[in-house]
Structures are given as structure tokens and as C-alpha cells.
Design a protein around this ligand. Structure first.
Ligand code: CTP
Length: 423
């Protein structure tokens, strides 16, 4: 275990998930690590200093202005004496303070003063997690090099369902192990100086950059109406998450979806196909580019700046213009083309034949074809069955959860990156 013999500074924020932090202390100790804890004022409403101290076997720190605490260990030394700083649960409030660089209590001061890497395990109500303010704070923290584990999806203490449950102690301990694992890729994961993210910088994709597009695009008709499609983004997001787990530096360019940003992935949110192309071009260079987004083929010519009124004599006629083909644009780059360019083909008939045609037309290396016809439940569903179409072969995967399809595809792409087209 990489945490064995290492010291973790655990900051316990004020959330109901604080009780799981007690189990996290046990798990780190079981793996041979030492834990020193800072319990925030709100955290102390959920777990007592006595239980935290008994499990960690150390003083529990909580007060920035305590002369006794400062005498035992100054707050700067406290923040630097550890090999890794972990905030679990990281509440919406704690994340907001971290993103702003506030330092108005011992926890936030230690987080700002540390020269070590930081891992956060967010925990909050699903609406708070999905709130644009939290999304902004999360993006800022990721850009600052903070690693994130979870949150998980499930039933919450407040009775609602969704993403926001703190990751299980074992998963957090796994993330700690990954961050403390020795290896050259980890050296690049500086806390304040690097924008590299992710809990897994070891793995077969360490040192590789991966670009993924996901979700639908949304093409405005007027300020309130738009053209779009039924893509959920589940497959593209799962691919990005899977590549990050194998150690890649991943940029995900996503259209509007109802999914959280995958942990350890830089996610750029766009709406239109033109914005998606611009974001993709900015994100290059990449070793592997996977175009999984369901890009709207057309946009409305002359989008109305005012809401169209139905009072006019006849319904409006929409005139459409073709959107740029993002996959074909990147696959045909003369300079800076990613080593492996993968497209998807959503078809409702002649799946393999159309996929082969797309492979030729778009100039990519592989097409992942799937049948999205009515009754398949693929569009928006949790399962997929795909055919991996190359110029000279077709390999089919059975119907599986999209996460498992993602894992298998990423392993195959990894082999191709390393061994070339014969893999
Ligand atoms: N794609 C893209 N930009 C577009 C259209 C599609 O990058 N403007 C990409 C998709 O992300 C996918 C692949 O091209 O990887 C195939 O998408 P699909 O919608 O199936 O193909 P189309 O080009 O729309 O072809 P057709 O309408 O003939 O099915």
C-alpha cells in the first residue's frame, strides 16, 4: 500500500458524511498510514473530537487561535507535516472557500498554506452539487491541481436521490494510495503549480493525453428555443472517466448533459457545434481523440435575437445550414493530428455498412458503431452494444453497461496507441 508509512492530514468538514470519515481513519490506519485530523467547527456537530482522536491516536486540531494548539504545532507546520492533505467530507462551503482562497479558520488556513497535494471527497445535497456555483468552484479547484474522488450517486440523508454522497472510505483510501504511489508521472502532479488532475496518474495511459467529445449539441432557434437530440452523454463521459483511471490527462468537451463532470477530468462545457469545434481545437494536441458527441448536423440560419411570436400569420420557416464536421476536421489535420482518431456512428439500419462508409468519408482510424433504433434503449439508456469497425476488421462487443463498454474500448485504444493498428 502506498499510504503505508506516510502521513495524511485529514480535514473533516461539517456534513452528515463526517461519520464515514471515522471509517476512513480506520482504513488508512489498516493500510499502514498515520492520520492527523483537523475537525472543523461544523464537523464537530457530527462527530466528536474524542472519537476522532481515539481512532487517529493523535491530537485533534480545530482552533486557529488556540494557544495550546499553536504551541503544540503551528498551523503552517501542521499543513506541511503531512504527505497528503485530504478533505472528507468536503462540503459545498469548504469547496467554495478553497476555490476563493479564503483562510478564516484552521481547516482553510491549512489548505491554503500547504505545499502538499490535496484530495477532496465532496459530499452534499444533489442540488447543491449540481448548482452552477459548485460547478464553477469544482472547475477552479481542478485547475489548481486539486484531486477529486466521488461523489457517488445514491439515496441521500435528506431523502433525495442523485450525485452527492461522499465516496466510500475504501474508494477514498484507494485514491490516497494512488496519489501517494511513487513514479515519474506523479512527480508531475504538483499541487499548486500544475494543472494535471486525477487520482490515477499511474497506469498504461500515464503521460498520454486524451480528448473526448460527449453529449448532444444545442443549436438555438431564438433565445428560448433550440434544436438538439436525445444523447445523454453517458457513453462519452464513461470513456473520459475510464481514460483518466488509466492515468491519461483527459479533456472532455461536453454538450449540455445532466451528468456530473467525471472525476480527474478537465471538462469544458459548450452548447453549439461551432463552440465544440473551437474547444476541441484549443484542447489539442492529444494522443487519442474520441468523438462520441452527437453533434447536431445543422444549425438554424439567422438565429433570432428575440423570441419568435406565434402571432404572425404563418408559422415561421426554419432555414438550416450544415455544421462543421468536428471529427472529419481533426482526422484530416495535416499537422498535429492525434495518433489515434476514433469516431462513433449512431445508426438505425445497415449499421456496419454505414460505419465503413463513415470511416472512409471522415478519415478516422476506427468507428464505434451502435444501433440506436427505437426499441434498443441505447440513446439515454445505461447499456450499449457496439461494433469496432476498422478498415479491415469488425469486432463486436455484446450488450453491456456503458461503463464496461468504455473500459473495454479504452483498453483496446491503449493497445493501439502502444502497439499500432495491429493490436
Ligand atoms: N460528428 C462530428 N461533427 C459533426 C457530425 C458528426 O464530429 N458535425 C462525429 C460524431 O461525434 C461521431 C461521428 O461524427 O463520432 C458520426 O456521427 P453521425 O451523426 O453518426 O454521422 P453524420 O456525420 O451525422 O452522418 P449521417 O448523418 O450520414 O449519419
Amino acid at each position: 500500500m502506498s499510504v503505508a508509512g506516510k502521513r495524511v492530514l485529514l480535514i473533516i468538514g461539517g456534513g452528515i458524511a463526517a461519520y464515514k470519515s471515522l471509517e476512513l481513519i480506520r482504513e488508512i490506519s489498516r493500510r499502514g498510514g498515520a492520520v492527523r485530523c483537523i475537525l472543523t467547527k461544523a464537523g464537530a456537530e457530527f462527530v466528536t473530537p474524542l472519537s476522532v482522536g481515539s481512532l487517529s491516536g493523535d491530537t485533534v486540531y480545530s482552533d486557529l487561535f488556540s494557544l495550546t494548539d499553536e504551541a503544540a504545532m503551528g498551523h503552517i507546520e501542521l499543513s506541511r507535516s503531512a504527505d497528503l492533505v485530504v478533505a472528507a467530507p468536503a462540503t459545498a462551503d469548504l469547496m467554495a472557500k478553497m476555490a476563493q482562497g479564503l483562510a478564516n479558520d484552521l481547516a482553510t488556513t491549512a489548505l491554503l498554506a500547504t505545499d502538499k497535494r490535496i484530495l477532496i471527497a465532496p459530499a452534499m445535497n444533489v442540488r447543491m452539487w449540481e448548482h452552477p456555483a459548485t460547478r464553477r468552484n469544482l472547475a477552479t479547484l481542478r485547475t489548481d491541481g486539486v484531486s477529486v474522488v466521488g461523489p457517488d450517486e445514491g439515496e441521500m440523508a435528506c431523502g433525495e436521490y442523485g450525485f452527492g454522497r461522499m465516496a466510500e472510505p475504501k474508494s477514498i483510501a484507494d485514491a490516497i494510495d494512488a496519489l501517494l504511489a511513487p513514479g515519474p508521472a506523479l512527480l508531475a502532479l504538483g499541487n499548486n503549480t500544475s494543472t494535471r488532475q486525477g487520482i490515477a496518474s499511474m497506469g498504461p495511459l500515464a503521460g498520454k493525453s486524451v480528448l473526448v467529445t460527449s453529449g448532444p449539441t444545442l443549436e438555438p432557434i431564438d433565445p428560448v428555443r433550440f434544436l438538439s437530440n436525445r444523447s445523454s452523454g453517458k457513453q462519452g463521459h464513461a470513456l473520459a472517466a475510464s481514460a483518466a483511471q488509466l492515468g491519461a490527462t483527459v479533456t472532455l468537451v461536453s454538450g449540455p448533459v445532466a451528468l456530473p463532470d467525471p472525476p480527474g477530468v478537465t471538462t469544458i462545457h459548450v452548447e453549439t457545434a461551432q463552440e465544440m469545434l473551437a474547444a476541441v481545437e484549443t484542447a489539442l494536441p492529444a494522443d487519442l481523440a474520441i468523438f462520441c458527441a452527437a453533434v447536431a448536423d445543422w444549425r438554424v440560419a439567422g438565429e433570432s435575437s428575440q423570441k419568435l411570436k406565434k402571432s404572425a400569420a404563418a408559422p415561421p420557416t426554419l432555414s438550416l445550414v450544415q455544421n462543421p464536421d468536428i471529427l472529419a476536421t481533426i482526422a484530416r489535420l495535416k499537422a498535429g493530428r492525434p495518433q489515434l482518431v476514433v469516431g462513433f456512428a449512431a445508426e438505425t439500419e445497415n449499421v456496419i455498412e454505414y460505419a465503413r462508409d463513415k470511416l472512409r468519408r471522415k478519415g478516422c482510424d476506427l468507428i464505434i458503431a451502435n444501433d440506436v433504433g427505437s426499441g434498443t434503449g441505447v440513446m439515454g439508456g445505461d447499456e450499449n452494444a457496439v461494433h469496432i469497425v476498422s478498415p479491415d476488421s469488425v469486432v463486436s462487443l455484446p450488450r453491456l453497461p456503458k461503463t464496461e463498454i468504455a473500459n473495454r474500448l479504452i483498453r483496446l485504444f491503449t493497445d493501439r496507441l502502444v502497439k499500432g493498428p495491429s493490436a
